[in-house]
Design a binder for this molecule. Sequence first.
Ligand SMILES: C[S@@+](CC[C@H](N)C(=O)[O-])C[C@H]1O[C@@H](n2cnc3c(N)ncnc32)[C@H](O)[C@@H]1O
Length: 214
Amino acid sequence: MRPGQQRLAETLLPELRFALPESGLLDPARLFGAPMQAVWLEIGFGGGEHLAAQAGCHPEIGFLGCEVFENGVARLVSAVARNGIGNVRIFADDARLLLAALPDRSIARIFILFPDPWPKARHHKRRLVAPATLDQLARIMTDGAELRLATDDPDYLAWILETVTAHPEFASTAPQAADWRERPPDWPATRYEEKARAAGRSPAFLTFVRRVRT
Ligand SMILES: C[S@@+](CC[C@H](N)C(=O)[O-])C[C@H]1O[C@@H](n2cnc3c(N)ncnc32)[C@H](O)[C@@H]1O
């Protein structure tokens, strides 16, 4: 990032960044200056390419972005400033803290794109896509909300399919492998996807739906 962009990002960050309440739950709708039709969340947004593009296409939606990587946060802030985007708020800490602080049925779409695969068996417990996280996602998602996941790691793909499909609150929208290989048109590419393709890896793009509560 150029020094000018860095300075801009530092000036704007305090306006976009939010902290969790010391007690009680966070009301995500109140983070935005105007009423939003719904709130969507991206976990681990990396450089923020996908989040900035989605927010630009959907000014009626409030976007929460969660990322622990400082340079990534600065890149997203810089993209927000460059493109005059007003509907993004940032949580620059561990997603698990944010998930625990969000109310039931408060998020209408969640993106987790190319989460770290943690390939060694002894590190699998660090994977973001895991039964405990899925319980939290199901709790905060509205009925029929989409969960969009991407990965370029065949082992993590198998893990995701097994774990999400086994979860009682999620349904798959595309059971065939052929359906996962094409990134849907309303799903902008990320930097990590480009790196994966350059290295000859084929990403998978998966969409699950939070089942309607009975
Ligand atoms: C492989 S990168 C992918 C980044 C981006 N989604 C992309 O596709 O280019 C995974 C990202 O998830 C972030 N991350 C990992 N664990 C996280 C957590 N618990 N909370 C928030 N971000 C997390 C990392 O900092 C990293 O930027």
